[in-house]
Every structure is written in C-alpha cells, then in structure tokens.
Design a protein around this ligand. Structure first.
Ligand SMILES: Cc1cc2nc3c(=O)[nH]c(=O)nc-3n(C[C@H](O)[C@H](O)[C@H](O)COP(=O)(O)O)c2cc1C
Length: 370
C-alpha cells in the first residue's frame, strides 16, 4: 500500500503540484495535511494503510519511544499543524518550527524556488510562524495519545525582526520560547536554531563567545528536556569544533547537523539558478557535507553528544550512511517534498540494510563506520 501511495504521488500529485508555484504548492499541501489530520480517524487509517511496525528500528531513549530513527526536520511544520499526519506517514518523531517568541510574517514572497534535477530547494522563508504561544496552544489541542506518545522537538529561533536583532534581545527571545516549551506536555525535546541563513541580523550566535552567552541564559531555564543545537553547515571544521566545545561545556544533549547552505559555489547545479533567487539551499547538495560533519562530530564527541543527521536524505541508503557515520537519529524535509510519502519505504529499506550487515537492531549500526 505504501508503495502505491508513493507511486501515486510521483505520477499524479507531484506533476500537478509542479503546475503551481512552489509557494502555493507548499501552502496547499500543508493545509491538506492539517485539515485531514484534524478529522477524527483519518490519521489512524492512513497509519494503518501506509506503515508497518519495524521492531529493529524501535528505540527507547530518555523515556521516549521512537518507532523509527527517522524524523521530520524543521521547516515543513512551522506552525504545529501536521504532527498527526507526519506520525501516520511513518516518521518516528517530528520537529515543529522554527518557532519564535513573537509571531513573524517572514520575508517577502517568493519563499521557495525548485531545483528538481539538483534535488534541492532554495528557501527564503525568514522564520515565518504564528509565534510560540499560539503554536503550543494548537499542539495542546491534539489528542493526548499523540502528545504523550510521539516524540516532538520544538525548534526555537529568534524572532526575525529588528527588535530582537541585538545580542541581549535575541537571548530574551530564545529564552521566552524555551520557557514555554519547558511547560508544554506536547514537547519532549528542544532544538535551538542558531543557523537560519535568512534572518535579520544574520547568524549571531555562531561564535563561541555568543553561543556561550546564549547557552548560559538557557541553562538558567533548567529545561529538564533534551536540548539540541541546530548547526550551520557553512563553517569550517575548526570553527564548528569550537562551537561544539561550548555546547559540551553546557551539557547540551546533542547537535543537529545541519542547516541550509548559502555557499552556492560548492554546489554542482544540474539546472540554472538565477542570482536574483535569494535563500539557502536544501537537499542533495548538503548530503555529503552533512554526513562528513556527522562523522567528524561522532569521532570527536561521540561519547558526549547525540547526533541528528540531516541533509539530502532521499533514500534508505542516505539515512543509513548518516547512521553509520554516527547519527543516532536522521531527519529530512526536502526528500518528503520531492518524493512524497516514502517514509515507510525508507524504514523498510533501513531494515533490509541492517539485515544485510548482520545487525539485529539499529543501535548497533550507529557509528559503525561508512
Ligand atoms: C522549506 C524548508 C524550510 C526550512 N525551515 C527551517 C526552519 O525553520 N528551521 C530550521 O532549523 N531549519 C529549516 N530548514 C532546514 C531543514 O530543517 C534541514 O536542515 C535542511 O533542509 C536539510 O535537510 P533536507 O535536505 O532533508 O531538506 C528548512 C528547510 C526547508 C526545505
């Protein structure tokens, strides 16, 4: 059944979507998923039809149960509208956000530009979201079964406005959202997004000094939920390492490797990208670079940091590569947009790959070497 859904998406839905502008297609899909997820029974039926249980992928970590190590990365469910449907598609966990303390309209449209041959999207959203208060209220309206049993990460960023662009104001902004996440029963983990490439004031907290200041303020919240940092992809390894040293000093749980790239010169484009199109690139161009970062981080900090690997995951092989490089969890966004509801396919593929390598559980493959 899952195979039929993916084929239908590729043959019918995707070509229709490509008739719409990427911005309209994106809004339409999110609205359809949001509305269908609110109709009682729909997500349960989708789940039964599209997914299977894979015991070799099931993990218990810090009291949470993950049906798969593969989750939805930040950016598709900015406003916490599609959690039930993402669970139904076979994701083991979801990110909501990035959310900010204040509602934010984001950048002027267009927000997206498709590069289908390159396997990438150019993203220039600028942290548009309804604000942490409204988004958490929406999540709290979900059935308790989902709130309690489906691990959800709140990705927190700084409001994209001039008011929050100073160092101190930015910290207050992050802390406001993290305090709200601390109290929320629908949020099991928090991710601090320091690497949005499209926000007012740039990536302020990607220096060791300022990251230290931000984390010192977050320490005072006493979150008591796992805390991840969403890392930039465009920094050199020595600079990345300095940030990781700071993260470890503050006892951060883990890091998510990595966000969008702005370094277009490093991308092998399979179609033209006009200079007038603004934004960071997702998808296939990040695949190798993010996996390399995962491998280096695992080697240097494997005992201290849990790694979520993200960037260009379009298949079970891509996910497995990140896991063998050292990622405990893997995420994707662009793969879902480009390939449709293929998560069950990805999960079954992972099971096959584990079997082929003689592993009886996914945890045995983490950091086993590429
Ligand atoms: C449409 C879109 C919106 C995104 N928005 C966010 C965001 O709000 N916060 C964030 O941390 N990352 C954001 N990202 C980055 C993704 O979470 C992810 O790190 C990156 O796209 C690499 O994964 P992928 O290749 O599977 O897309 C966004 C990506 C896309 C494609």
């Amino acid at each position: 059944m899952a195979h039929i859904a993916t084929t239908l998406y590729r043959r019918i839905v995707r070509p229709l979507m490509f008739l719409l502008s990427p911005d309209n297609a994106h809004s339409l899909v999110v609205n359809i998923l949001a509305v269908s997820g609110r109709i009682p029974g729909v997500s349960a039926v989708v789940g039964v039809l599209l997914t299977r249980r894979h015991r070799t992928l099931e993990t218990e970590w810090k009291g949470m149960k993950f049906s798969s190590p593969v989750g939805l990365s930040a950016g598709l469910d900015k406003n916490g509208q599609i959690v039930p449907m993402m669970r139904a598609l076979g994701f083991g966990f979801s990110e909501v956000g990035s959310v900010t303390a204040e509602p934010c309209k984001g950048n002027d449209r267009p927000w997206f530009y498709r590069l289908p041959k390159t396997g990438s999207l150019v993203v220039h959203v600028g942290l548009a979201n309804h604000g942490v208060k409204k988004i958490l209220e929406r999540l709290h309206a979900m059935p308790e079964k989902i709130q309690n049993n489906y691990p959800t990460i709140l990705s927190v960023a700084r409001t994209n406005s001039e008011d929050a662009s100073g160092v101190e104001e930015g910290i207050v902004d992050y802390v406001t959202s993290i305090k709200a996440a601390k109290k929320s029963p629908a949020i099991q983990m928090v991710e601090v997004n320091i690497s949005c490439p499209n926000a007012f004031g740039g990536q302020t907290y990607t220096t060791p000094e300022l990251l230290d200041k931000l984390l010192a303020a977050i320490d005072k919240v006493k979150l008591k939920k796992p805390l991840f940092i969403k890392m930039p992809i465009d920094l050199s390894w020595p600079k990345t390492k300095k940030l990781l040293d700071v993260a470890v000093t503050h006892g951060v749980t883990g890091v998510t490797m990595s966000n969008l790239t702005k370094q277009r010169e490093k991308v092998e484009f399979l179609e033209p990208l006009p200079d007038s199109v603004k934004g960071g690139l997702s998808g296939a161009p990040l695949r190798e670079r993010s996996t390399e970062l995962v491998a280096k981080t695992y080697k240097a900090y494997g005992d201290e940091l849990i790694i979520i690997g993200v960037g260009g995951v379009m298949s079970a092989d891509d996910a497995y590569d990140k896991i063998k490089a050292g990622a405990t969890f893997v995420e994707l966004v662009t793969g879902l947009i480009m390939k449709g509801p293929f998560i069950e396919e990805l999960n079954s593929g992972l099971v096959e790959l584990l079997k082929k390598d003689g592993y009886s559980h996914i945890s045995e493959a983490v950091g086993a070497g590429r």
